[in-house]
Ligand binder design. Structure first.
Ligand code: GLA
Ligand code: ZN
Length: 687
């Protein structure tokens, strides 16, 4: 196999040479080189600089920057500037500006002020991307491309203009074929919403009251497809002129405007923008698992290692700011990204900018441009990591546990949360967090992926059910898998219509050995549980993480938001309700089926319950933890060709301990088992 042109590149920065005087560029390049920077990303917001007037392309400045950087050994990635159409274009074609749900046209002056179906805008993009691609195709110092920037970001709703409405109609016609089929799928008999033709269908502008959940689900899926198509148009051009360059896109983990599994399909690798500091007053431990989850889902988009295209490099802030990053914290966060599968870390941004919205989103260099604490810290980190990155490159964790992540389920729950606080992502992350704090590696998978390699599969809120998906779950369990399904599973069909042919959870009732004929939406109340059947002998629990959880004892076990009142049809109960009129009815069940087992969790587990439930699940599935650690210390692993690298990272401001892994050799770090604040230890096990 031919080596990829990005192999061996591991550290970079996002650079905006056009923001600074030409005389400064050389200093920047030298400082970057001294720091160990190998690559920059440039130009993703520089449309006006590259086409100041219609048709007058100017790439000279960019080429000059690329050439200068190359003299310092630095390669370039170019961003297509389609997230920032310039004022001349908008004035000439105001219909490029998007229309929001209220029917208002959004103005110029921010970014992402573009309708993605607009034919005129697409023509301009075709012109720009073609010109850029042709110009840089043979430049030996350009290695790849980033399409647009954080597609799907920046507008609450996607555009609802006439052009988008027509595209939606076309998308629906392709999906349903006939208007009768659409009427049936959407249940338009309700409130006289039948359509006589596809041309009658609207974009879902704000209504007087209510909306059709089926329409909304299709709209969200359409918007996602539109973004994928918008990107594809750019990919096609770049592939044509630059067959040797890679193409990627900087995603945002769990942002939901576009299905990232789809968006990444035609890309060489996924990229992610990681900002642990966010706008938080402090970066509490509460968020460590969120950061890890961001990285794990990014790895899941292609089941492949990935790049961080923007890694935090200082205080975050637009109008308000987060806290200063503690000494060592930026390095620890970057190492966390590597630990979860990043092969390259590009820091955002090189130098803090002086103008515009992001004046307080701090770069490696401060406003003054003088290297300081952050520069030194990251320079040291690069010097430490660079020597091991080549061998680690391409290695992946071999997770025994997977969580199913589905945009369609998420959309459907967003459209009708049922309980006001029921949130798909929150639910997914509750399960994730419990695994994270036990140092159990997790993969995120699509519901169409291969489940077979996982010992434990957690599929929260499988609200929309199709015969095909149900079959996949049956097959997984039959083959020996352990599957966790939860409340609100099997409620609706693929079109977001309630199913009525049997009791909940529909066809999966047979797999779970249960039936649900009654349920309670737990408004402002927790339901108590008796979990005596859930207890596992501690000897069986092969994962222990010593931590003060503050969690109450078994007596304090509770569920929130929802209570499925379960009738056993072959399953055994692991936990019964202990309050409400359904006290004594099962809430959590287990059913042996084929060679495996299906668990059903009829509520959203509060912390103590989740802890017990996970003890049981991991013990049953014989899943191993990477080891025990104090709170705020994370263990993560990457493996390749029989070699394994184990990372121990301390996110605490104090020293903290972890269980030293057996049979591993320490390759970075001094006192095995004890980490200084924000320190990382790296272990290796040879094949
Ligand atoms: C995002 C964008 C960047 C920048 C940073 C900081 O991740 O991709 O262009 O806006 O956030 O706000
Ligand atoms: Zn539009």
């Amino acid at each position: 196999m031919m080596a990829k042109n990005y192999q061996g590149i591991h550290f970079g920065t996002d650079y905006y040479p056009e923001h600074w005087p030409r005389e400064r560029w050389e200093t920047d390049a030298r400082l970057m080189q001294e720091m160990g920077i190998q690559v920059v990303r440039m130009a993703e917001f520089s449309w006006h600089k590259m086409e100041p007037r219609e048709g007058q392309y100017d790439f000279d400045w960019l080429e000059e920057a690329i050439t200068l950087l190359a003299q310092y050994g630095i390669k370039s990635i170019l961003g297509t500037p389609s997230a920032a159409p310039p004022a001349w274009m908008i004035n000439k074609h105001p219909d490029i500006l998007p229309i929001d749900r209220q029917g208002r046209r959004r103005g110029f002056g921010g970014r992402h002020h573009d309708c993605q179906s607009n034919a005129t805008y697409r023509k301009y993009i075709t012109g720009m991307v073609t010109a850029m691609a042709k110009r840089f195709a043979d430049n030996p110092n350009v290695i790849g491309w980033q399409t647009d920037n954080e597609l799907g970001n920046s507008h609450g709703d996607l555009c609802m203009c006439d052009s988008c409405r027509r595209s939606f109609q076309g998308w629906l016609e392709k999906k349903y074929g006939t208007i009768e089929a659409l009427n049936a799928a959407w249940g338009t008999h309700f409130w006289s919403q039948e359509y006589n033709s596809f041309e009658e269908i609207f974009a879902p502008l704000i209504t007087v009251t209510g909306e059709n959940p089926s329409t909304m689900l299709d709209w969200k899926c359409f918007c996602s497809d539109l973004i994928v198509d918008f990107q594809q148009m750019q990919i096609d051009i770049i592939r044509k002129y630059c067959p040797n360059h890679f193409i990627t896109h900087n995603c945002m983990a769990f942002a939901d405007k576009v299905n990232y599994f789809d968006l990444n399909k035609e890309l060489d690798f996924a990229s992610h923008d990681q900002y642990p500091g966010g706008f938080y007053a402090v970066m509490p431990h509460e968020y460590n698992h969120d950061m890890a989850a961001n990285l794990d889902i990014t790895r899941g988009f292609k089941h492949q290692t990935f790049w961080i295209m923007e890694q935090e490099s200082g205080i975050t802030g637009w109008e308000i700011m987060g806290r200063a990053t503690r000494p060592g914290q930026l390095a620890a966060w970057a190492e966390q990204s590597i630990a979860h599968g990043a092969d390259a870390i590009v820091f955002f941004r090189w130098r803090t900018c002086t103008a515009g919205t992001e004046q307080y989103w701090h770069g490696i260099l401060p406003h003054s441009g003088n290297p300081g604490r952050r520069y030194d810290e990251l320079k040291q980190m690069i010097a430490r990591m660079q020597p091991v990155m080549d061998e680690i490159e391409g290695s992946m964790p071999r997770s025994e546990v997977a969580i199913v992540f589905s945009y369609r389920q998420e959309y459907a729950i967003q459209i009708q949360p049922q309980h006001p606080d029921l949130n798909y992502l929150t639910q997914v992350k509750k399960y994730y967090k419990e695994l994270y704090r036990r140092n159990v590696p997790v993969d995120f998978v699509q519901d169409t992926d291969d489940f077979g390699k996982y010992k434990l599969l957690i599929a929260p809120l499988q609200y929309l059910m199709t015969p095909e998906l149900a079959q996949r779950y049956f097959d997984y369990v039959k083959g020996g898998g352990r599957l966790v399904l939860t409340m609100r599973t099997g409620v609706k069909d693929a079109h977001n219509i309630c199913m009525s042919d049997r009791e909940l959870p529909g066809t999966l009732g047979e797999l779970c050995g249960i039936e649900i004929c009654d349920y309670d939406c737990l408004r402002d109340v927790l339901v108590k549980l008796d979990t005596s059947n859930l207890q596992v002998e501690s000897a069986q629990v092969n994962v222990i993480s010593e931590r003060e959880t503050g969690v109450e004892s078994a007596a304090g076990c509770a569920g929130s938001k929802w209570a499925d009142i379960i009738t056993l049809k072959g399953a055994e109960s692991l936990a019964d309700y202990a309050s409400e009129y359904y006290a004594g009815s099962p809430c959590i069940t287990q059913n042996h089926y084929g060679d495996g087992a299906a668990y059903y969790v009829g509520t959203e587990p509060e912390e103590a319950l989740m802890e017990q439930l996970m003890d049981k699940l991991l013990a049953d599935a014989e899943v191993k933890s990477l080891g025990a650690s104090e709170p705020g210390v994370e263990l993560a692993i990457r493996e390749k060709d029989g070699s394994k690298w184990l990372f121990a990272i301390n996110f605490n401001e104090e020293a903290a301990t972890y269980e030293v892994p057996a049979d591993f050799e320490i390759v970075q770090g001094e006192v095995k088992g004890t980490l200084k604040p924000y320190e990382m230890h790296l272990y290796k096990k040879f094949s």
